[in-house]
Write a new protein. Structure first.
Length: 243
C-alpha cells in the first residue's frame, strides 16, 4: 500500500474524475478545499485489506479507481463477499454516521486508488451543508433497498435464477450489453466469491454453470463469459419477460 500527498498531480478533489458520481458533488469551492485538505490518497494492490471488520472507524473512503470487495466472516470463520464497490462509491460512511466500528472488512480486488477523508472533516462538512447529509441519507436508503431485494431473491428465486440476475448486474457494470446479439465479458470475481454473493456453495455454483452451458444460456471459459442472447438470460429470473 502506498500513500500519496494530497497535492500530487491529478489527485485533487477539484479535478477528480469520479466526483460527480459521489456525495461530494454538492460541495462549493470552499468546502471542496476543506475536503481536499482532510484527505490522504492511498493505493492498494489486489488482496490488500483497506480495513478489517471490528476496526475503529477512522474515516470515509472514496474510491477513485479500481474495485473493492466488502466481506463479513460467518460463524464458521468463512469469508463471505457481500457486495462490490466501484469508482464513485463511498465506503465506511455507515460506521461513521452511527459512531461505531466497521461491521465488515474491505479488500482491494484489483489495483485500487482510494481517498481517505478523516472523520472530523466529514462531520464538519455535514454540519455546514445539509445537502451533503441528504445525499448520504439517500445512499443509506438505497443500500437498505438493495439489501431487502437481495433477501427477497434469496428467499424466492432458485440458485440458477439468482446467478443469472447477478450475471446481468455484472454485465451492466463491466461489460457491453447487446440486446440483439452475443455479449462477452470478464468476470471480476472468483467462482467462490460469486457463490457467496448469491448465498450458495461453490459446488452448487459449479453444477449451475454446467447446466446453464448445456442449456445454451451461457458459456464459461475461465473468467470469460459468453452470453448468446441477453433476453434468454433475463428470462431465467423473469420468465414472463419479453422484448
Amino acid at each position: 500500500m502506498a500513500d500519496q500527498n494530497p497535492g500530487q498531480g491529478s489527485l485533487n478533489c477539484f479535478t477528480c474524475q469520479a466526483r460527480d458520481r459521489t456525495e461530494w458533488c454538492v460541495l462549493d469551492d470552499a468546502e471542496l478545499e476543506l475536503l481536499n485538505k482532510g484527505r490522504v490518497t492511498k493505493e492498494y494492490l489486489p488482496g490488500e485489506v483497506i480495513f478489517h471488520e471490528g476496526d475503529p472507524c477512522r474515516g470515509v473512503f472514496c474510491l477513485e479507481t479500481g474495485m473493492v470487495g466488502v466481506r463479513k466472516t460467518d460463524a464458521d470463520g468463512n469469508s463471505v463477499l457481500l457486495y462490490l464497490v466501484t469508482p464513485g462509491d463511498t465506503l465506511g460512511y455507515r460506521a461513521m454516521l452511527a459512531g461505531e466500528d466497521y461491521r465488515a472488512s474491505a479488500e482491494a480486488l484489483e489495483p485500487t486508488r482510494i481517498c481517505v477523508i478523516d472523520v472530523p472533516t466529514v462531520r464538519s462538512l455535514l454540519e455546514h451543508n445539509p445537502a451533503l447529509g441528504l445525499r448520504y441519507l439517500k445512499r443509506v436508503s438505497m443500500s437498505l433497498g438493495n439489501a431487502e431485494e437481495k433477501i427477497l431473491h434469496n428467499a424466492t428465486l432458485s440458485v440458477r435464477a439468482r446467478f443469472a440476475h447477478l450475471l446481468l448486474v455484472l454485465i451492466d457494470k463491466y461489460g457491453e450489453k447487446s440486446t440483439d446479439g452475443p455479449t462477452e465479458f470478464e468476470l471480476p470475481l472468483s467462482r467462490h466469491d460469486l457463490a457467496s454473493m448469491i448465498g450458495t456453495t461453490p459446488e452448487s455454483m459449479s453444477r449451475t454453470i454446467k447446466k446453464m452451458e448445456s442449456d445454451g444460456v451461457a458459456r464459461f471459459a475461465g473468467r470469460t463469459v459468453h452470453i448468446p442472447e441477453i433476453e434468454i438470460l433475463v428470462q431465467e429470473f423473469e420468465p414472463d419477460h419479453f422484448v
